[in-house]
Ligand binder design. Structure first.
Ligand code: AMP
Ligand code: ZN
Length: 487
């Protein structure tokens, strides 16, 4: 099926066609590994996962999906520094080498991140590559030199800045985001990785080393600028190195449109002469009471916080996939409970398809169902409408009356659907194990011994006692079986 996606470059639907004729190359801005990711972050990764699965299953494409790990930026440096109270025992001892500390610190959170996304059924096997910024320093330095040599960057006090005013003579700065240049003063500089659009200014491609920070040696036209890369250039370089330019789709949360993605476009075009990607696709926020979930606001939950509250990660996955990625998702515990109910409703229907004892007489139009559901997914990942088709179908279908041949086709459909949602068991309903209390087990054993000793009166007394507690004993060839009354 043909896939259409909302493209942030023009606000319109773009038809997804592999630029190289065969493979969709897709880059997602990954986590900054300075702490546990919260479930707002997870929304953006679940969205990217949904997209790559729809491209494979509905679009029939081969996909090369790359997601980076930001392991060097303002926050990872700040929190891995000697004496930081964010340092944890599990990371080992701090050393005198800031780079060694940074790598220990970030590898810890990287591993935790992989554990979390695995629980959310983001499958590591689906990635083409998960690059880390610190592995691309030479290529980053090379790219900065290219920009510098074109007169689009300048040196100042050991750092290198992108010259926005010069760039604007060549191309638009503000392809994703309307920037008001009224307050923009050429030559104003911004050093931090994250800033507001009102602070649009020349941004750092490379930052001069500060005491106690990790750094790499670097020199540009005889000027020493030992230091480390800015956050935006890292993505420009990794995507080019791994996927080649231009590639097909770039994803991230809407907060990354400016400055991160706007700067990415400017740098990539300045260095390589090419707009990096055909389609920019951004997910909306996960909010709590009207505010973006974020570390800085302190209104966040990590996956492990929610697991401790007894929430199944599959319900979080399903809840987030049930909403359209382009709308704000309002996080509530009731919302997660409702998602669980909906997920299990579909699960029960799937279980009933494996009940093959009864052959009904009704045929069902599974082709129509599949067409309806997949068309919605192909249309900008419209999961709410896709699921609405499924619920209408389930609500109007009595599984007992379906013909076996139709059940088989329906199973095949749900198997395919689960390649996208990945939250159901495609199997017979597992038997629920009834836990027999210890005191009953003990009584049953006593009775068994008494029977062996032919003390039948006493044995019968115990059988009654067990019965009065709600359990029945059935003698078998080799011993006995205990069941709850009525099961
Ligand atoms: P970070 O680890 O801060 O670099 O963010 C990783 C991803 O999470 C980025 O794509 C962000 O845009 C996204 N993100 C951060 N907060 C939220 C949120 N509350 N809702 C949805 N996406 C978010
Ligand atoms: Zn990025």
């Amino acid at each position: 099926m043909e896939i259409y996606l909302h493209n942030s470059l023009n606000g319109k639907l773009s038809h997804v066609v592999p630029l190289d004729g065969s493979t969709i190359r897709m880059y997602s801005c990954g986590p900054t590994v300075y702490n546990y990711a919260h479930i707002g972050n997870m929304r953006s990764f679940l969205f990217a996962d949904l997209l790559q699965r729809v491209l494979r299953v509905v679009g029939g494409f081969k996909v090369h999906w790359v997601m980076n790990i930001t392991n060097i930026d303002d926050k990872t440096i700040r929190d891995s520094a000697i004496g930081s109270k964010e340092w944890r025992k599990e990371m080992g001892e701090q050393s005198n080498d800031p780079l060694d500390n940074l790598l220990k610190f970030t590898s810890f959170y990287e591993k935790e991140f992989f554990d979390d996304i695995t629980k959310l059924k983001i499958n590591l096997k689906h990635f083409y590559k998960i690059p880390k910024a610190t592995d691309y320093i030479l290529q980053i330095q090379d790219t900065i030199k290219k920009i510098y040599n074109r007169g689009l960057a300048y040196y100042s006090a050991g750092s290198i800045y992108f010259n926005v005013a010069e760039w604007r003579k060549i191309d638009i700065y503000g392809k994703l985001f309307k920037i008001d240049f009224e307050n923009f003063r050429a030559g104003d500089r911004v050093d931090s990785d994250q800033y507001e659009k009102e602070q649009a200014a020349d941004f750092a491609l490379w930052k001069a080393k500060k005491p106690g920070e990790p750094y790499w040696e670097f020199e540009i036209e005889g000027q020493r600028c030992d230091g480390r890369p800015g956050w935006h250039i890292e993505c420009s370089v990794m995507e080019k190195e791994i996927l080649g330019l231009p590639f097909d789709i770039h994803t991230g949360g809407i907060d990354l449109k400016f400055p991160h993605h706007e700067d990415e476009i400017a740098q990539s075009k300045a260095a390589f002469g090419i707009d990096p990607t055909a389609i920019w696709c951004h997910n909306e926020f996960l909010e709590v009471e009207g505010q973006k979930m974020s570390k800085s606001l302190g209104n966040f939950f990590t996956l492990r916080d929610l697991e401790k509250k007894g929430i199944d990660p599959l319900d979080i996955r399903f809840a987030m996939l049930s909403a359209h990625y382009g709308s704000v998702y309002n996080f509530t515990f009731n919302g997660i409970a409702a998602a669980r109910k909906a997920r299990l409703r579909i699960q029960d229907f799937i279980y009933s398809l494996f009940d093959e004892d009864i052959d009904g007489s009704d045929k069902v139009d599974e082709d129509k169902l599949k067409h309806n559901v997949f068309s919605e997914l192909a249309n900008d990942l419209h999961t709410p409408k896709a699921l609405a088709h499924i619920f209408t179908f389930i609500n109007n279908t009595d599984p007992k009356s379906i013909k076996l041949s139709s059940k088989k086709k329906l199973k095949a459909f749900f198997l395919e659907l689960n390649k996208i949602f990945d939250v159901w068991q495609l199997d017979k309903k597992p038997e629920e194990k009834i836990l027999i209390p210890n005191n009953i087990l003990k009584l049953a054993e006593e009775r068994f011994q008494l029977k062996k000793e032919k003390k039948f009166d006493l044995a019968d007394k115990i059988r009654k006692e067990i019965f009065d507690s709600g359990y029945v004993i059935k003698d078998t060839k080799d011993g006995y079986e205990i069941n709850k009354i009525g099961e």
